[in-house]
Design a protein around this ligand. Structure first.
Ligand SMILES: NC(=O)c1ccc[n+]([C@@H]2O[C@H](COP(=O)([O-])OP(=O)(O)OC[C@H]3O[C@@H](n4cnc5c(N)ncnc54)[C@H](OP(=O)(O)O)[C@@H]3O)[C@@H](O)[C@H]2O)c1
Length: 333
């Protein structure tokens, strides 16, 4: 292929970043065909250069602990380092320098996504983040693109796999609640800071992003009526079981206003649901989102909401779409 490559900078080579790097290597030909030009990995930023890494096909000299020069020289920046800073500043500098950006960073987007989207618009660049909400399951794209001509009424979802694993262990296998929390921690299912999952902060960030996409309103984390699962007691589960129900952590957004004047509410709460409801049957770490739209009716999307390769699938989808748009724009120029 004699088309000049699209230069990709990768910020982060952890669970998600390493999976993205591996797929850029082993799917290089496929991705090049879909983009219309090769995707060239021009650098990988990490925090600790001495850490051993499983990055086959990535030349050692592509690794750096100085992300700034990478951002300045790339066509597309993939931010999978997480956290607020330096990720925010790097994304801002990338957009200002004319790069498109793909990110999986839900907390950054929930806190500063509106400003970042405004900057991307001013610069005429793309900011894509399918991976930030339910990883491999194309929920953002469904809300933003597939339903762009419809009126969404509500979105309800199990959007945090770790808490669903815990609640499912209690409901289905009768594991005592605190023991299920401990098991989830031992299996590495909980974030380093477990309050992200247990207090519903992770779910809150995702439902905020979905609500903004669905209704174009400025909803923030402070608007979320939020209750995590850490206050649940074994008696709560026994009460639910007695009525044929199970408890799930449900993130919800609903619009009670009109299309021209939407009034949007957002909540994250442990909620009893019938054991044979699709949410009640959502097992272990699986995620599910149910969208109600005026014309489309009820849509149900389900699948892996976390995991390196699963999240990389969504990151690469955004990357291919942005790269393809760049190649088309180059041809027209
Ligand atoms: N893991 C999932 O299943 C999942 C799912 C959906 C979304 N996400 C999102 O994806 C992002 C990445 O998650 P992850 O699980 O891959 O995280 P991770 O395993 O902790 O990896 C983070 C990577 O970023 C690098 N990094 C962190 N701070 C840095 C800095 N200041 N400068 C340079 N490099 C830095 C780390 O370097 P070192 O390797 O040297 O420490 C590491 O390679 C997060 O925003 C997360 O919320 C993750």
């Amino acid at each position: 292929m004699d088309t000049p490559p699209v230069r990709v900078a990768l910020l982060g080579a952890g669970t998600v970043g390493a999976a993205v790097a591996r797929r850029l290597g082993d799917r290089a030909d496929l991705l090049a065909r879909r983009v219309g030009a090769p995707l060239e990995l021009v650098g990988v930023a990490v925090r600790d250069l001495t850490r051993p890494r499983d990055l086959p096909g990535v030349a050692a000299d592509l690794l750096t602990d100085d992300p700034d020069p990478l951002v300045a020289g790339a066509d597309i920046v993939v931010e999978v380092m997480g956290g607020i800073q330096p990720a925010r500043g790097l994304i801002e500098r990338a957009l200002a320098a004319g790069a498109d950006v793909v990110t999986a960073n839900k907390q950054l987007l929930a806190q500063h996504g509106t400003e970042l989207e405004a900057l991307a618009d001013r610069e005429g660049r793309g900011l894509a983040y399918e991976a930030a909400v339910v990883a491999a399951v194309p929920v953002m794209r469904t809300v933003r693109e597939a339903l762009a001509g419809d009126e969404i009424r509500s979105i309800h979802g199990i959007v945090n796999g770790s808490t669903n694993y815990i609640l499912d262990m209690v409901a289905r296998l009768g594991v005592p609640f605190q023991e299920a929390v401990r098991q989830a921690g031992d299996l590495g299912y909980l974030e380093a800071d477990p309050t992200e999952d247990l207090e519903g902060l992770d779910a809150a960030a995702k439902i905020v992003l979905l609500a903004r996409a669905a209704w174009g309103v400025e909803v923030g984390l402070a608007d979320v009526q939020r209750q995590g699962i850490s206050g649940l007691r074994d008696t709560d589960f026994e009460d639910a079981r007695g009525t044929g129900q199970v408890i799930r952590l449900i993130a919800s957004a609903w619009c009670s206003g009109s299309a021209s004047e939407p009034r949007v509410e957002v909540a994250v709460r442990p909620t009893p649901v019938a054991a044979d409801h699709p949410f009640g049957m959502t097992r272990e770490g699986t995620n599910m989102v149910i969208i109600e739209a005026e014309s489309a009716g009820t849509l149900r999307l389900t699948g892996a909401g976390a995991g390196g390769d699963e999240t990389a699938s969504a990151v690469l989808g955004d990357l291919v779409n942005l790269a393809r748009a760049r190649v088309v724009a180059r041809r027209r120029a």
